[in-house]
Write a protein that binds this ligand. Structure first.
Ligand SMILES: [Zn+2]
Length: 329
């Protein structure tokens, strides 16, 4: 798009020196102004500490796009942090436990018993996790998460089914509490995070209490409404906890594959962020729009809305003042 050969492009990348007319082209192609490229380099997450879902098949380009999205998210987060009192994190580090034990320990730590989780995004936010939506360039990633000093971040793909996205949120929570000090994510980490998500969303005791007998797939399609998970995830959990025979599990699995994975039967409504809605409403009532923030941060407005509006429901009424525990400082 710049009309230069590969060698010239490599030189730009290694030296960071671009002629005036090339820089103008970069600006008009990317939507970023010159001031953005002249500012100090943004804070970036350490790639080794980021848990990428389905990272085995991750290309370097997709990884870099995800890390770049995180850098922009830091900018927004810091901007908001200077103006609002947000919950500090209350995520304990749970080590030397099985994923199922870790999920139970976290529920106990948060005092939320064994009841189903109504909204995963809200639970994360209430415990100090910053949640963002994945941007266009990273939409084939499921989700990712990492710690930045003492602030945990989760990025969710809101183009997947609502159940899938909820499971991803619980999966990333598993990484945050179990694998903070794991350095590069170890080989079993993905399986552990999946097992954690399953137990966190569907505590074994609650499964036993509410679905002790499964007569047909229909019981699963009805039952999934309680835990707000996919039929496949519930089928798997029931089998794992001995509530479903191998034979029934396999039969359900085949039937569910026929129905198709892209469209979830008895699908639930997509979860949205409470915190972003409150923040944007509060700012709006002060006359501050996304365009103002974008200008201040030297970031195109579209980048901000990509990161926020996958999870923040559109504002109904700019003047609404339901700010809950948030305070403009
Ligand atoms: Zn993972």
């Amino acid at each position: 798009m710049l009309g230069v050969d590969r060698k010239t492009l490599h030189r730009f990348e290694s030296t960071g020196i671009l002629s005036d007319d090339i820089l103008d082209k970069v600006c008009s192609l990317s939507g970023y102004g010159r001031a953005f490229f002249e500012r100090p380099i943004l804070d970036a997450p350490n790639p080794g500490a980021v848990s990428f879902r389905s990272h085995r098949s991750l290309t370097a380009g997709a990884r870099d796009a995800a890390l770049a999205a995180a850098m922009l998210a830091f900018e927004i987060d810091d901007w908001v942090h200077d103006r609002f009192e947000l919950p500090t994190h209350s995520l304990p580090q749970v080590i030397n436990r099985t994923p199922t034990e870790a999920a139970a320990a976290l529920r106990a730590h948060w005092g939320i018993g064994e009841k189903p989780i109504a909204n995963m995004i809200n639970v994360l936010e209430a415990h100090g996790v910053r949640v963002f939506s994945l941007v266009e360039e990273t939409r084939h990633l499921d989700a990712y998460s990492f710690w930045r000093n003492e602030r945990p971040y989760v990025f969710l793909n809101t183009l997947k089914t609502a159940e899938h996205s909820r499971f991803d949120a619980a999966h990333e929570l598993g990484h945050l509490v179990m694998h903070k000090h794991g350095g590069p994510i170890h080989r079993n980490a993905e399986d552990e995070a999946n097992a954690f998500a399953s137990a966190f969303l569907m505590p074994p005791a609650d499964l036993c209490a509410h679905l002790p007998y499964v007569r047909s797939l229909n019981d699963i399609l009805e039952g999934k409404k309680r835990w707000r998970v996919s039929a496949a995830a519930l089928n798997y959990a029931l089998h794992k906890h001995g509530l479903l025979s191998d034979w029934s599990y396999r039969g359900n699995y085949i039937q569910l594959n026929k129905i198709g994975r892209s469209e979830e039967p008895n699908g639930i409504e997509r979860e949205t962020s409470q915190i972003w809605k409150k923040i944007l409403t509060a700012l709006w009532s002060e006359g501050i729009t996304l365009a103002h923030i974008a200008k201040e941060l030297l970031i195109p407005e579209r980048e901000l809305s990509n990161l926020l509006f996958g999870i923040a429901a559109p504002l109904q009424d700019g003047g609404a003042r339901n700010l809950g525990g948030l305070r403009l400082v």
